[in-house]
Design a protein around this ligand. Structure first.
Ligand code: PLP
Length: 228
């Protein structure tokens, strides 16, 4: 398995930024509309620091606990860090998530919307959210069904949760483009401006199909040693 060395991740960041710019140009989209989330789950502060020094300010974590241990110190050392939660969220961690994260990508059920609404009200902090759609209708995967989406959007609005847009993780090992296109179609139908889609292997395609937030881990840091 490949080791992520700091020097290398900084070089990879430069290369990914160039690929993002090229994809945006092909799609005739302004590259400022496309945000790179460096997915830093399982990575140490030493892995992360070189990217911050190179101007990467937006990071994604999939676990509240891990982020709570890792990021407060890094945030103190570097101003301007934005932290996004991209992994599944339990309702009992909603308050901690609202306090820690600047955006939440994994809102997928009514009970979580209710918990987040209460947490935002209590902490007086509005955290923009993406509604995660289980776009391939996979049994094991997080995300609401396409049919549930209108109810979740209504509930979020009633709970004063700012909804930025939609997020998906398409099925593995098949062409992602049709799923990205479907998510883009759903977001347009509901008048939602942002789309969180595209990972290491398919972010250029996601940009072509309208992604505003791409979530890239492996292509930046190298292979992860653990499966998640
Ligand atoms: C880990 C993860 C990513 C990044 O995946 P890579 O293939 O390493 O780029 C993106 N989105 C979510 C939700 C993830 O959990």
């Amino acid at each position: 398995m490949q080791e992520a060395t700091p020097e290398k991740s900084a070089d990879r960041l430069t290369a990914i930024r160039a690929r993002m710019t090229a994809a945006a140009k092909l799609a005739r989209r302004p590259s400022e509309d496309i945000h790179l989330i460096a997915v830093s789950k399982t990575r140490s502060a030493e892995d992360i620091a070189p990217l911050i020094l190179q101007g990467q300010m937006l990071f994604g974590e999939n676990r509240v606990q891990e982020a709570a241990q890792k990021w407060p110190v890094l945030k103190e050392q570097h101003s301007g860090i934005q932290l996004h939660l991209i992994g599944q969220l339990q309702s009992n961690k909603a308050e901690e998530a609202v306090a820690l994260f600047d955006m939440i990508h994994s809102v997928d059920r009514l009970s979580l919307i209710s918990a987040l609404g209460k947490a935002m009200q209590k902490l007086q902090r509005a955290v923009p959210c993406f509604i995660q759609v289980n776009i391939g209708a996979e049994a094991q995967k997080g995300g609401c069904s396409v049919a549930e989406l209108p109810d979740l959007l209504k509930a979020a609005q009633e709970s004063d949760i700012p909804v930025a847009g939609l997020m998906c993780i398409p099925p593995a090992d098949v062409e992602a483009a049709p799923f990205f296109a479907l998510l883009a179609e759903l977001s347009a139908r509901h008048g939602l401006p942002q789309l969180s889609m595209g990972m290491s292997d398919d972010f250029e395609m996601a940009i072509m199909l309208g992604a505003t937030h791409i979530r890239v881990g492996t292509a930046l840091f190298g292979a992860r040693t653990s499966a998640d």
